[in-house]
Design a protein around this ligand. Structure first.
Ligand SMILES: Nc1ncnc2c1ncn2[C@@H]1O[C@H](COP(=O)(O)OP(=O)(O)OP(=O)(O)O)[C@@H](O)[C@H]1O
Ligand SMILES: [Mg+2]
Length: 476
């Protein structure tokens, strides 16, 4: 046994010791890999008492500090075997199901993030939201739902948060109650602790999906029509400078990831993100990540610094995960200075609002140019805005593909190449709508399409979705 029952009493790591005191009591959601928890309140408390007993005996018997260096599945097997031995030795009366549950949840507590583990294992969950020990919500298939998962106490929850953020060298406590982190699998985590979070530690996790959605998947979901997807492919390929706009969780990063698939393999791409979520397929990619300040408030590297540095790295395209501040100006400059095909996402509810947000980010960011000059710069930099939205039925849809055309007086003029028009609602509350091209002739990036020899595909995609030649009703 690599870390079998130690002869002398071993000292487990501090985090494990803390959770040993508080770990019993997690009520799991039913899951494929675990048995259901005991059903009645009485059974439940009996099994939780048993769990605490086994857990304490296990901590006493096993050199847990060595577990961290052992392969997870091997470690899980060992812990399971020792826990079963303890149950046997102490003659703890348990049904087979309860024993399975108890062992699984002890493994989760020792090796992972306790009750969170069973949610982290599920691939169908996109977000996990923990609002204090008793309220755990998940998002599945675009819908938010409450789970039966509970942490034993806010203290246990905070310990788990602590374990998560310690991996990126941070701490959460009263003096630094806000923290961003990333799990080993790439999931993005935000923790906000009391006193700022009034009802207990609050944890938000955007699960990392290994299999990213592709444009074909989005067509399959009805998020965009086949012709719309083709137009997006062409936009990615012919190096249009593109902004992806949308609300929180509307699918911006997913869409950005899809668009980058059509970049040629010989281009040098530099990506700047707060947490590396993008998965580019090209061979020549440099991935950069911002860094928050450390515990002493030092060492922060902002998105603006990254984008500025990018320009000295000879990129052909720059991809900014999320534009939310002064870096907007640097991205526009990059777009304007030979880095065609650069892309970024931003939070806005329509293409018009995206332009307004960009303008205000630049002016608030300390660039003292007259508004009209900023707008002219935006017009000469940005070719296309793609709008992602989450509809009220939970479905994510690409609602606009809009071109930035020019200026009329002080106002930026735009044209929708493609639009999602809502036509009604089905009996079960699903939104019904149609993706339509505006039918208004050639888009402004036509010359680019010709340059890349994509005019044939572009004409076909535009004609195919012209409302005069075809109308396709999309129903989820
Ligand atoms: N068109 C779609 N249909 C179904 N699910 C989608 C679609 N687009 C994205 N998703 C899923 O929705 C979740 C959120 O997507 P994504 O991370 O792209 O959103 P976002 O707008 O970047 O979010 P944030 O504002 O938090 O950065 C992910 O789990 C993703 O797989
Ligand atoms: Mg995102």
């Amino acid at each position: 046994m690599p870390f079998g029952r130690a002869q002398s009493k071993a000292t487990p790591p501090a985090s494990t010791l803390v959770s040993a005191e508080t770990s019993a009591g997690a009520i799991p959601l039913s899951k494929e890999t675990n048995t259901n928890p005991p059903q009645s309140e009485e059974d439940r408390s009996e099994v939780f008492k048993a769990k605490a007993k086994v857990f304490n005996a296990l901590v006493d018997a096993v050199d847990i500090s060595r577990i961290a260096t052992t392969d997870r599945s091997e470690a899980a097997e060992e812990i399971g075997a020792i826990a079963a031995e303890i149950i046997d030795e102490k003659r703890i009366p348990l049904t087979v199901k309860d024993q399975e549950w108890l062992i699984d949840s002890i493994i989760d507590d020792v090796l992972g993030y306790g009750p969170l583990e069973q949610l982290l294992r599920r691939d169908d969950i996109s977000d996990i939201m923990v609002n204090g020990a008793d309220d755990v919500f998940i998002e599945v298939g675009g819908k938010t739902q409450k789970t039966s998962i509970r942490f034993q106490s806010n203290e246990q929850l905070l310990n788990i948060c602590q374990r998560i953020v310690s991996q990126v060298g941070r701490r959460v406590d009263e003096s630094s109650p806000i923290c961003d982190a990333r799990l080993m699998d790439g999931s993005r985590v935000n923790v906000i602790a009391p006193p700022l979070a009034v009802d207990g530690p609050t944890l938000t996790i955007r699960k990392f999906k290994k299999d990213k959605l592709t444009l074909e998947d989005l067509v399959g979901f009805g998020s965009i029509s086949e012709q719309g997807a083709e137009i997006l492919r062409i936009i990615g390929r012919v190096r249009c400078n593109t902004l992806i706009s949308g609300g929180t969780g509307s699918g911006k990063t997913t869409l950005l990831n899809c668009l980058t698939r059509f970049i040629d393999t010989d281009e040098r791409i530099v990506t700047c993100e707060d947490a590396a979520e993008l998965q580019l397929q090209q061979p020549h990619v440099v991935r950069l990540e911002t860094r928050p300040a450390n515990i002493e408030g030092k060492g922060e590297i902002t998105m603006r610094e990254l984008v500025k540095n990018c320009l000295r790295m000879r990129p052909e395209r720059i991809i900014v995960g999320e534009v939310r501040g002064a870096e907007a100006f640097d991205l526009l400059q990059a777009m304007n200075t030979g880095h065609d095909g650069s892309m970024g996402t931003l939070h806005a509810n329509s293409p018009r609002e995206a332009l307004a947000r960009l303008e205000s980010m630049i002016s608030v960011g300390g660039v003292s140019l007259p508004p009209k000059t900023i707008r002219e710069m935006m017009v000469s930099s940005i070719d296309v805005i793609v709008q992602a939205s989450r509809l009220r039925d939970g479905r994510r849809v690409i609602t606009h593909v809009t071109e930035v055309l020019g200026m009329e007086g002080d106002v930026i003029t735009t044209q929708d190449i493609f639009k999602f028009e809502i036509t009604g609602e089905s009996e079960d509350g699903k939104v019904i709508g149609t993706h339509r091209a505006n039918g208004g002739g050639r888009p402004g990036f036509w010359d680019r399409a010709v340059y890349y020899n994509e005019q044939g595909r572009l004409t076909e995609a535009l004609d195919g979705s012209d409302p005069r030649s075809m109308r396709r009703d999309l129903e989820a």
